[in-house]
Design a binder for this molecule. Structure first.
Ligand code: NAD
Ligand code: ZN
Length: 342
């Protein structure tokens, strides 16, 4: 089968011919329909320090996908060939305390599809049936292909109640844009979404931001004054991984404010802990998606009218992957989708 492979320990990706993956008695073989490019895939392309220490070469990469069940192991009894499925890219041990208690997103032995094991930028992927999301077939395939990052956005945005609250979202990447839409849908009052990229801020505005703020032009504090918010933001969603964005967030939270951190900083960040203590802030780290509460909520949100299609800005065939990665690299995109059918 055709697959996008990290074939050599250097920048780039290679379209290659590899064997169709094997599947065990508890696994499902999925014929890929569409995939989406994640920031992680860009890091793997670039071969940054994280990728060098994490990705064994050669490796089929990719973890955001939708496809159809092609075959399944003998223990799988509740799927049919042809069913539309997406998949949770975090494979967990199933036996640790957290897994046994149903907190599988907190498993300490998580491995990643397209990171530690063969991924979905291919004609087929094989994953355990416990990682298969049996999708509602009325949801468009391109929306299902971005359920993984939509899950990051949903998990983070709903980490704290947002109904009637004022929300600051730092970073209008695809996940910050989707978080803006979710917060709007979930009944937030003011949503201020920040970035430095006008293309992405336009998308955030379209998806429901009260103010899509270019922090090069105006400060968050200024917007707080203009909106007449006397006490600062109730909820902060950090989705840039940028140190100064996190500092700005800490400075603009109300006393008792709640912060969910999704963005991954490149280095250690020093913060003013006195602000956290004296302002009684709550800070929660977010990793992945809750299995499968987040997936359930995502599907419900789409069914009750949340429209994610504006965040999908580019649709290409997998043979055009170089163009897809180039566009993602410029930052002037939302989600970039690769189609694996003709
Ligand atoms: P992205 O890199 O596409 O978006 C980040 C955005 O932040 C960019 O648009 C960038 O212009 C913007 N930005 C940079 N500096 C800024 C500043 N000072 N203020 C405001 N915005 C600024 O990433 P994404 O795919 O949308 O993901 C968002 C973040 O979440 C990334 O850091 C990613 O690594 C992380 N992530 C974490 C998890 C997890 O499980 N914790 C999962 C997926 C992604
Ligand atoms: Zn576990």
């Amino acid at each position: 089968m055709k697959a996008l492979v990290k074939k050599f320990a250097k920048p780039g990706l290679w379209l290659d011919e590899v064997p169709i993956p094997e599947y065990g008695i508890n696994d499902v073989l999925i014929k890929i329909e569409q995939t989406a490019i994640c920031g992680t895939d860009l890091h793997i392309w670039d071969w940054n320090a994280w990728a060098q220490k994490t990705i064994p070469v050669p490796m089929v990469i990719g973890h955001e996908f939708v496809g159809r069940v092609a075959a399944m192991g003998s223990n799988v009894y509740d799927l049919n060939v042809g069913d539309i499925v997406s998949g949770e890219g975090h494979i967990v041990c199933g036996r640790c305390r957290n897994c046994l208690a149903g907190r599988r997103h907190l498993c300490k032995d998580t491995s990643g599809v397209g990171v530690n094991r063969p991924g979905a930028f291919a004609e087929y992927v094989s994953i355990p049936v416990t990682n298969v999301w049996h999708a509602d077939p009325t949801i468009p395939l391109d929306v299902l292909s971005i359920f993984d990052p939509f899950g990051n956005a949903t998990h983070t945005t709903l980490a704290f109640p947002v109904l009637g609250e004022d929300v600051l979202i730092t970073g209008a990447g695809p996940i910050g844009i989707m978080a803006t839409a979710i917060a709007r849908h979930a009944g937030a009052r003011y949503i201020v979404t920040t970035d430095v990229n006008p293309y992405r801020l336009d998308l955030a505005k379209k998806m429901g931001a009260t103010v899509a703020l270019n922090i090069k032009e105006k400060s968050v504090a200024q917007v707080v004054r203009e909106l007449g918010m006397k006490e600062g933001f109730d909820v902060g969603l950090e989705m840039s991984g940028n140190e100064s964005a996190f500092h700005t967030m800490l400075e603009n939270m109300c006393h008792g404010g709640k912060i969910a951190l999704l963005g991954i900083p490149e280095h250690d960040m020093a913060i003013d802990w006195n602000r956290v203590i004296f302002n009684s802030l709550t800070i929660k780290g977010i990793y992945g998606r809750e299995m499968y509460e987040t997936w359930y909520l995502m599907q419900s949100l789409i069914k009750i009218g949340l429209d994610l299609t504006p965040v999908i800005t580019h649709r290409l065939h997998y043979t055009e992957f170089e163009e897809g990665f180039r566009v993602m690299g410029t930052g002037n995109s939302g989600k970039v989708i690769l189609r694996w059918t003709e």
